[in-house]
Design a protein. Sequence first.
Length: 404
Amino acid sequence: MEDNKVKREQILVSITGVDRPGLTASIMDILAQGNAQILDIGQSDIHSTLCLGILFRIDEQTSGNVMKNLLFKATELGVNIEFEPIGDEEYEKWVDRQGKNRYILTIIGRGLSASQIAAATDVVTRQELNIDAIRRLTGRQSIVHPQKNMRACVEFSLRGNPRDREEMQRELMRLSQEKEMDFSFQKDDMYRRMRRLICFDMDSTLIQAECIDELAAITASAMRGEIDFKESFTRRVALLKGLDASVMAEIVDEMPITEGTDRLMRVLKTYGYKIAILSGGFTYFGEALQLRYGIDYVYANEVEVGEDGKLTGRYLGEIVDGKRKAELLRLIAQVEKVNLAQTIAVGDGANDLPMISEAGLGIAFHAKPRVQANAPQNLKTIGLDGVLYFLGFKDSYLGDAGKM
């Protein structure tokens, strides 16, 4: 309990300079001697340069001596220090703002320029959102030995409520096209921090092409939403009639895995995510990926093989189309006892939109124009492991699991 007879005040101290071990401990020792109450604290390091902020409450009788000791210590350590008094009314207004919604804006590119970041923060400003914190999620980049597959990602922690959420989404989409960078805008809540189930499309998502190139023309038409998926699938399977089933194994051996897939799967498995393939492609190829990555669920389409070992041109069971993918996402979430808000869906085609819309985090990956226009998040500038940054993973925290 505070003694009401003793007048207390709030002071914000800001310290900048070359970081060194023991600096924060030294500052805290001085504040402890003055019996200061810590109201807020934050620290960041950029290129070995420290920026430390501490808001504390202290008796007015002792504040002068504490600030003098802090100033002496700063001189001894070779850092800059500034003090700012914070009035009671100003402090209470700051406390009241704590109840506002929080959001995370993630921006990704092969590299990020001042122009790109300026454009993103301009959207944030016009939406009347306040930037509370900024952190880099990707590792430090060498300028002497640049990586083959470079990537840069910055995450902004925002506070407030967007003035117009739909307008903001349109602006981010426009910038994504103009500035060659990707965005994710998510509410920062416990569901975002505890995603548990991720569902992938297969063709053109986990692998870089449709499994059977000869059928690409019909498939591409369906993916653009120009013809019904079931109609497209029936045509595709009919074209396979007479094909020797052994060809499927040859295709598996040559399947082009999408950039970043190996790393993404390794991290997801390490951190306990349940992984599913929900594909309009063929079960045979999905099961090959399941064996390679330890995927938990595979739902795709089964082609019929005749007694002569050749494909009959027919399929077995229910077609996995867009509607079925969304149903399967809900079903797996129910089986795994996962809230839908904790689910992720990643795909590139029109038949992926239902599950992308259903999931807590829906991501269009190198998607067709119609899908990009309707998906809440788009990833197109880097590989599939860019999904990790949308989930808040930081390269430096991933250890061996996050190696390229």
